[in-house]
Design a protein around this ligand. Structure first.
Ligand SMILES: Nc1nc2c(ncn2[C@@H]2O[C@H](COP(=O)(O)OP(=O)(O)OP(=O)(O)O)[C@@H](O)[C@H]2O)c(=O)[nH]1
Ligand SMILES: [Mg+2]
Length: 475
């Protein structure tokens, strides 16, 4: 297609809609930078800025094929950069409209200059997620898949990226569609006898039984998805591992040792750590949220009490707890208390300060109910930390739930709507059994509406605004 050709507008595209432009790669000095442009004027704007290298002739662009071009400022005819451009004519493009990707050299000045030229020629700066929002409006993907795009971009571990990729491929959307069709057919089941009341009796009973069976399957499916929230949190935000113990046992030292940096203050004064300090790291390829906490024991003032209550909160929410004991001090009542509170939880016990004279031996712990051998560490000598990482690797593997056949929902928005759908279904069985089919059908419709909102089919603009404002610009 020759740039500058007339009549290049995509059939069905809205000529009134703004042509948007954005840097799709990071705003940093890099080898390359990609600028994306989408909308009805893409072709016309490209015709004004692109030239065949070494000639003043306009460029011929083949659809979906990378082409080398000179990018120039039409105001003075000066070439700004030699670039590679790929043109995706609508509707076969990400946004469904004409879309171009311009690959420049990644100098911040070049990028700013190219952006200035494109906006001078009429392109407007894209808002966060606006390309994906247009893809949604063009029916290229549903809202659950659009959210997966952002989840993929922000994934911090292999597991999180894999989960997002599966969602983007539509695995979850298909499940939602199945639930939705299930709800519609249950309602249809109940509607039949209402429409032809004369020839019912036995049939009415049969359709009520079929409706109840379908309802129980749909509810099971929804409950499985809601239950997956904890697993989703572990995958996306990381497995939560607080390091707890009495004051001064070396929790912050171990935290720093595991991270390989001096994030937390270490001092000989008991009560050094007050606010919890969090850091992410990969353990055995899994994302872990390591949390250094305030020492637990007897609080001597309000500040102490507040710091300890925060530490206790982390124990409540923990997936795995690292309990640190000081081998150079006698075991104390607060150690015993803490241990008994952690019964039944996944705990890794660390005996720290092995470089000092020991005041107890690890077998003393058996009577306290610690079956697994503790990990012996001396942060001072740097010994035992690799063994602690090995133990944590085993713990994250053991605690990791397998692939959930029902699916894992990581989006808080989707989770909220699933809970709402389950709430709507709360009285449906009761109403079917009580012969109140109209009421049951009404609630089934409400639940179906929640499913449609998950998929973005019934989402008001404000909901879309909220979803897309968390997106990257250029995505
Ligand atoms: N000898 C020896 N000293 C250690 C070791 N680990 C930590 N310490 C020292 O123990 C003291 C307390 O260490 P921290 O890491 O601040 O202990 P904490 O448990 O975070 O203390 P709080 O934040 O006050 O609860 C510091 O003086 C450390 O240098 C160790 O393995 N051997
Ligand atoms: Mg500390």
């Amino acid at each position: 297609m020759e740039l500058g050709d007339e009549n290049t507008a995509t059939p069905g595209s809205d000529p009134e809609r703004a042509t948007i432009v954005a840097l799709a790669t990071g705003p940093v000095q890099a080898a390359l930078a990609t600028i994306r442009m989408s909308g009805p004027r893409v072709h016309e704007i490209l015709a004004r800025v692109l030239r065949r290298p070494g000639s003043a002739l306009s460029l011929s662009l083949e659809a979906r094929r990378a082409t080398v071009a000179h990018f120039m400022d039409p105001a003075d005819g000066e070439t700004i950069d030699e670039i590679v451009v790929t043109f995706f004519p609508g509707p076969r493009s990400y946004t469904g409209e004409d879309l171009a990707e311009l690959s420049l050299h990644g100098g911040p000045w070049l990028v700013a200059e190219a952006n200035r030229v494109l906006t001078t020629l009429g392109a407007t700066q894209a808002r966060p997620g606006e390309f994906t929002r247009r893809a949604l409006l063009a029916g290229k993907l549903d809202l659950a898949r659009a959210e997966a795009v952002q989840a993929l971009v922000t994934a911090q571990s292999g597991a999180a990226a894999k989960l997002a990729a599966r969602h983007l491929a539509g695995e979850l959307s298909e499940r939602y569609q199945r639930i939705r069709h299930g709800l519609v057919s249950i309602a249809a089941c109940l509607e039949g006898p209402l429409e032809f009341p004369e020839d019912t009796s036995g049939e009415e009973n049969e359709s009520a039984i079929a409706a109840l069976k379908g309802l129980s399957e749909v509810r099971q499916c929804l409950e499985g998805l809601v239950r997956s929230q904890a697993q989703a949190r572990r995958i996306v935000s990381g497995i939560s591992i607080p390091i707890v113990g009495r004051p001064n046992v070396g929790k912050s030292s171990i935290f720093n040792g595991l991270l390989g940096s001096s994030r937390a203050i270490v001092s000989p004064h008991p009560g050094t750590t007050r606010d919890s300090i969090e850091a992410s790291m990969l353990v055995g390829g899994r994302l872990v949220r390591l949390i250094d906490t305030a020492g637990l024991g007897v609080a001597i003032d309000d500040l102490d009490a507040e710091a300890m209550s925060r530490a206790e909160g982390h124990i409540e929410d923990a997936d795995i707890v690292v309990l640190v004991l000081d081998l150079s001090a006698d075991l104390q009542e607060s150690d015993r208390e803490l241990l008994s509170r952690l019964a039944g939880r996944q705990v890794v016990v660390v005996l720290n300060k092995t470089d000092l004279e020991p005041r107890f031996i690890s077998t003393d712990l058996v009577e306290l109910g610690i079956a697994a051998p503790p990990v012996l560490v001396s942060v001072k000598d740097g010994s035992g930390l690799p063994a602690l990482i090995d133990r944590l690797t085993i713990a994250v593997e053991t605690g990791a739930p397998g692939d959930d056949p029902l699916g894992v929902v990581s989006s808080a928005r989707q989770q909220g709507l699933l809970v709402r759908a389950l709430g709507d279904l709360g009285r449906v069985a009761h109403n079917i059994e009580g012969d109140r089919a109209e009421l049951a059908i009404e609630d089934l419709r409400l639940a179906e509406l929640s499913l449609r909102e998950i998929l973005g089919e019934a989402s008001p603009d404000e909901v879309l605004d909220e979803v897309f404002q968390t997106f990257c610009i250029g995505k």
